[in-house]
Design a protein around this ligand. Structure first.
Ligand SMILES: [Zn+2]
Length: 425
């Protein structure tokens, strides 16, 4: 079964977000002389519609990579620090477990700071998250003129660009009554796996997101303040034309973002996807927060299902999958490389040239921008619509640092994603 989502703009909430952004940016600017004048953006929040899913489907956490691969990739696990606001001990423990999985998947010399709120999000909303900031043209940026999630900018520059601010902002619904907080992946039919939801949302926070949007008149646009994100650099239409080559904004871009196959064409993602472009989620009706920033539903039921746009009751996905790891590599992350060296070389002939004709001239100073919306939300089945908001909490804060443990040496055989149980309703 499939799930569809919808979205609307709530101006009042957007205004609140802008105020919060201003406060955050003031703090960030004061804390880092490396930042130029930040740019501030506002955009719609997203609300949900429901669907249904894949009870019983499980993707277990993958075994740690063998030392031979991690040595080749110069891979060092990442320290991820979480500030927990209002979480129960069992919710916090499950969150920490999800964090420990990501810590072993991506490599950064700069710890990633997550600000996590356990807060009421409205009926049916499971969670929402996104990069706290986007940054471009920082020292060490691989490509000029593209926004990078701040956690990735930190990694690429080798320094914390906004040391007093969180890198990822995430909210999880405290009023949702069907959470499963176990870490064993055996989620009961009537519950939703919290570990999977956290893993998914953090995936958006580190970069599985884009800047595309379609307005009520059908006009599509890309970018914040005239600059696309590094994710946008690799997206094409079904004919292989980069979305960056479309007039922006335009009705043509709005049309191609809906009901047309969209693809992510980074070379590492393609390699992980059997040398094929990676299809993205693009329903006929634009679904803010879901369209474009998730893998297509064809990945449901596979080992690469984590970053599809929904999760079902009774479903557990505890590994990002090779395709998402490939996407992250294309964005600039160092990840554990799962693709064996014997994998056939991809054929570049079908990969379109990514001309950057729409990329503005590089500016001499780096710029930081607050992410205008929570990038994504996962929703359970059969729930009414509601509006997620960034919500402050008065609950005492606890900060816990998850320092990854050393990676054990194991055989190559255990280094493959496996998918032992597929049960679809
Ligand atoms: Zn999502």
């Amino acid at each position: 079964m499939s799930i569809s989502l919808g979205h609307r703009t709530t101006r009042r909430v957007a205004s609140m977000i802008i105020a919060a952004i201003l406060i955050g940016l003031c703090a960030a600017s004061a804390s880092s002389t490396a930042l130029a004048q930040p740019q501030i953006l506002s955009a719609p929040l997203h609300i949900i519609r429901a669907g249904s899913g894949h009870a019983g489907r499980r993707v277990p956490v993958r075994a740690a990579p063998p030392a031979s691969l991690t040595a080749l990739a110069a891979f060092q696990p990442t320290t991820i620090t979480v500030t927990y606001n209002g979480f129960s001990p069992e919710a916090q423990a499950a969150f920490a477990y999800a964090v420990s999985i990501w810590a072993q998947q991506i490599s950064s010399p700069v710890p990633i700071q997550v600000n996590a709120n356990w807060t009421a999000l409205g009926p049916g909303v499971l969670g929402s998250a996104g990069p706290s900031y986007m940054m471009r043209d920082f020292l060490g940026a691989p490509v000029a003129g593209f926004w990078y999630p701040i956690a990735l900018a930190n990694k690429l520059s080798g320094a914390d660009q906004a040391p007093t601010s969180p890198d990822i902002s995430a909210n999880f619904n405290s009023t949702f009554g069907s959470w499963y907080f176990g870490t064993d992946g055996i989620t009961p039919f009537s519950q939703y796996d919290f570990v999977s939801v956290v893993l998914h949302e953090l995936g958006h926070g580190i970069g599985v997101s884009g800047t595309a949007s379609v307005d009520s008149l059908g006009s599509g646009s890309l970018g914040y303040s005239g600059y696309p994100s590094i994710y946008d650099r690799y997206t094409t239409d079904s004919a292989g034309t980069p979305l960056l080559n479309y007039a922006n904004p335009s009705a043509a871009l709005g049309a191609v973002l809906r009901a047309n196959p969209l693809y992510f064409t980074g070379s590492n993602a393609r390699t992980a996807n059997g040398s094929a472009n990676v299809r993205l989620y693009a329903p006929a009706a634009w679904a803010g927060g879901s369209s474009y920033a998730h893998l297509d539903e064809t990945f449901n039921g596979t080992a690469n299902a984590l970053m599809t746009f929904s999760i079902s009751n009774g479903e557990s996905i505890h590994d990002p999958g090779d395709v998402v790891r490939g996407i992250l590599q294309d964005l600039g992350w160092t990840t554990v490389n799962l693709v064996p060296t014997s994998t056939p070389t991809r054929t570049p002939t079908s990969t379109p040239t990514r001309t950057l004709t729409s990329t503005p001239t590089r500016t001499p100073t780096s710029t930081l921008t607050r992410t205008p919306t929570l990038t994504t939300t996962w929703f359970p089945t059969g729930m009414a619509t509601s509006t997620p908001t960034r919500t402050s909490t008065s609950t005492p804060t606890r900060t816990v640092t998850t320092t990854p443990t050393a990676i054990p040496v194991i055989s190559l055989k255990t280094w493959r994603v496996w998918f032992p149980l597929v049960v679809q309703r």
